[in-house]
Design a protein around this ligand. Sequence first.
Ligand code: NAD
Ligand code: UD1
Length: 337
Amino acid sequence: MKSVLITGGTGFIGSHTAVELIEAGKEIIIVDNLYNSSEEVLNRIEQITHVLPKFYKEDLCDKEALRRIFRENDIDSVIHFAGLKAVGESVAIPLKYYQNNITGTLNLLEVMQEFHCKKIVFSSSATVYGDPASVPIKENFPLHTTNPYGTTKLFIEQILTDLCHSDKEFSAVLLRYFNPIGAHKSGLIGETPNGIPNNLLPYIARVAAGKLERLSVFGDDYDTIDGTGVRDYIHVVDLAKGHVKALEYANEHQGIEAVNLGTGNGYSVLQIKDAFEKASKVKIPYVITSRRPGDIATCYADTEKAKKLFGWEAQYSIEEMCEDSWNFTVKNPDGVQ
Ligand code: NAD
Ligand code: UD1
């Protein structure tokens, strides 16, 4: 049977996608250097699916290791999650981000070509839209980035575009995620951020768990419903199911498509705080602080293209996203270690 290679498959989104692919009857192989995840995630995937995925602890920057993986397996498609993703860190140490994300991807694509594997689904981000002129954001909006992390996403999108133009048998889907949150219903897999979280949901979850004192709300003077930033939060399981559909699409079509994965709904920071309080039954203390540099007021997706191309749309509500995130936090106070 042909296999799907999942790079970064022990990470947050990769592990949920691994579960959905196994449940869809696919054979998967995971490669991850465990820089930002734990091998224990593989046992958790097995507990959920009764399948222990074949795993390689390797770095995509090691091209020979990649060749060995392709030599030892019959891989016909790749879902490429592996990458560094902390925006602030990417500003402080840009070369590490360019080295890891770009070199890793170039190695992967070169080895894929060597082994005639020509289907890839890539984890891009809504960050490639920069500060959009209007919402909802459509895939054909102008692209612009404000930090090295975002620029690696944009560069990789361009590399894949050029590759698909040069090789007509190649097929690539660029998935532009909005804000993935939540966790698998089992509470066995979820998000384990390193150190103090930068993103809203993991931060709120730590406050609710009593590990951080209070939430800082970054600005209440935006032109939004209550002055706080509005984002399109999407349940990670919905996102994972979107990957299964995107892979089916890549298997049936050649060329390249960029597709938003979001819900099309925007929620403010205070609305999310309220929803999390309801889900956890814990009061979240907060203070309003100044805006975070680089933040935008409002960001949510136009979801028509995903519906049309994949027949996919997000199902989970914001309440379920918060409940599942809290369930994971309670069951794994220190994340999956
Ligand atoms: P994550 O950090 O949980 O998962 C990424 C995985 O890739 C980790 O397990 C890490 O160990 C691995 N990895 C990193 N560099 C590697 C390398 N050189 N070789 C092998 N493995 C490597 O992140 P995530 O939240 O699951 O994100 C997955 C992808 O989606 C990333 O590319 C990220 O940039 C993108 N993305 C994430 C979000 C988000 O909010 N989580 C939003 C938009 C896009
Ligand atoms: C962040 C990244 C972005 C990435 C996206 C999805 C930054 C600057 N941007 O965007 O590149 O594509 O995640 O992973 O990191 N907030 C608070 N207090 C907090 C944390 C966040 O008020 O402690 C607010 C933010 O101002 C924002 C909202 O919550 O309005 C969501 O923030 P976050 O979860 O960091 O996501 P993004 O800003 O959308």
